[in-house]
Design a binder for this molecule. Structure first.
Ligand code: NDP
Length: 397
């Protein structure tokens, strides 16, 4: 979630940037801008005077504003300059970093003067900066504004075991840490496992879902619609799938092929089509949010076994065929839904120790889900329609 909060920040103001932590914060944002130069953050450093280190960091997107936080005239002038820099977007994040510490040795050693100076800089200063913003240019102070960019709801299919269950667990943990704005976690499965049941709570719902049964999908849409309400659904993770162990092409029966395609391709297709109105609703509600999972997205959990280019043998033919088809489905969904503000990705979760992946797989479900979450929090419009693995690295079709 941290990264997700970070990326929609358009501007940040840091006080006391000449040295120490303030200077380091500016360096951090400068580095972020280099990595994500398509969406640079306007970084406004402020201090009394300008150190040479800070001066070296100034650039097209890194500004400096003279600011003495104890001087209302100085604050007033700074607000005007910051206002010119950020324009109508306002300021997303203010980091009140400037502070002093006298090195007195205990209460008796602390002079009235030292106490007053310390309060002026460390308490009245931040207060003065904040008050002024509210009066003048609608600064958005505190993390509340950033939280509005977060995913409000997520739906996971095949959530009763394996990777799906771990995804639910991840969001449950996130909710514990960010309890002021919990994510609505909608776990879907055709049966409820004890592990999943244990996780159900005020913000963690279970909805029965057999992805191959259109009636079941439609019934699930109704229930989910009541859960998410007017906010719609931000993120749909099509995770449910099967893999049978037919040996090669000749060992793969028509029945196996049919069943595998039904669950792994028609299932996600039906689920996405039926949930499309809820995804579109979320995209509309968050129309000021960049295309991302915080707006509306579909994650189709694919597999590296669906890569035609990398296929060296025919082991699990039906499964390979189904995941290659899922990749194409993702492309088609991506091309159709981008106009609705929804992005779609095909994601290889790694080889994972589950019933499907088997005990020899190198990754635990926790490791895989951490990689998936990194993709969830980092994907943008540029990843729409892509077939990716860990770190959003493109997988050959
Ligand atoms: P598991 O076999 O552990 O879990 C599969 C999940 O899918 C179960 O919850 C299962 O529910 C559900 N499911 C299967 N059929 C249906 C259906 N018709 N309707 C609703 N739910 C259904 O698999 P993983 O957790 O390992 O796999 C999750 C995803 O990751 C899959 O898409 C898989 O292809 C992909 N993947 C996994 C890899 C791995 O190494 N594990 C590697 C690459 C991709 P039920 O308990 O009711 O059967």
């Amino acid at each position: 979630m941290k990264v997700l909060q970070q990326f929609p920040i358009k501007s940040v103001l840091v006080t006391g940037c000449n040295r120490g932590i303030g200077l380091e914060l500016i360096k951090y944002f400068a580095e972020q801008n280099k990595e994500k130069n398509d969406q640079p953050v306007k970084v406004i450093s402020s201090s009394i005077g300008l150190s040479s280190e800070l001066n070296d960091l100034l650039s097209e997107h890194i500004f400096h504003v003279e600011l003495n936080v104890t001087d209302t005239k100085s604050v007033s002038a700074a607000v005007q300059k910051v206002s010119d820099i950020v324009g109508n977007d306002g300021l997303n994040l203010l980091i009140n970093n400037a502070a002093i510490m006298h090195d007195d040795k205990g209460v008796l050693d602390c002079s009235d003067q030292a106490m007053k100076e310390t309060f002026d800089v460390n308490v009245t200063g931040p207060l003065s900066v904040r008050n002024f913003q509210i009066k003048s240019i609608h600064y958005h102070f505190s993390m509340k504004v950033l939280q509005k960019f977060l995913i409000k709801s997520v739906l996971v299919t095949g959530a009763n075991r394996g990777i799906g269950l771990e995804l639910v667990r991840y969001f449950v943990e996130q909710n514990k840490q960010h309890h002021e704005q919990p994510v609505k976690v909608i776990s879907c499965s055709r049966r409820l496992s004890p592990e999943l049941e244990d996780m159900l709570s005020e913000h963690v719902y279970h909805v029965g879902l057999e992805v191959t049964d259109n009636m079941s999908v439609q019934a699930a849409v109704k229930i989910v619609s009541d859960i998410v309400g007017a906010d719609g659904l931000n993120l749909l993770i099509n995770n449910a799938a099967i893999m049978q162990h037919g040996k090669g092409v000749l060992g793969c029966s028509d029945q196996e092929m049919k069943e595998t395609l039904t669950v792994n391709v028609i299932g996600p297709h039906s689920v996405v089509n039926n949930f499309h109105p809820l995804l579109k609703l979320a995209a509309e509600c968050n129309s000021d949010t960049p295309l991302s999972c915080a707006r509306a997205a579909v994650f189709n959990i694919s597999s590296e076994l669906g890569s035609i280019q990398n296929t060296k043998n025919s082991f699990t033919t039906a499964y390979r065929v189904s995941k290659a088809a899922l990749n194409m489905l993702t492309k088609c969904q991506a091309s159709d839904f981008i106009k609705d503000g929804i992005i779609c990705l095909s994601v290889h979760p790694g080889w994972v120790r589950t019933d499907l992946g088997g005990p020899r797989a190198p990754l635990s479900t926790k490791e895989s889900v951490e990689d998936i979450m990194h993709m969830i929090t980092h994907c943008t419009e540029e990843h729409n329609g892509m077939y990716v693995r860990k770190n959003l690295v493109s997988e050959p079709y």
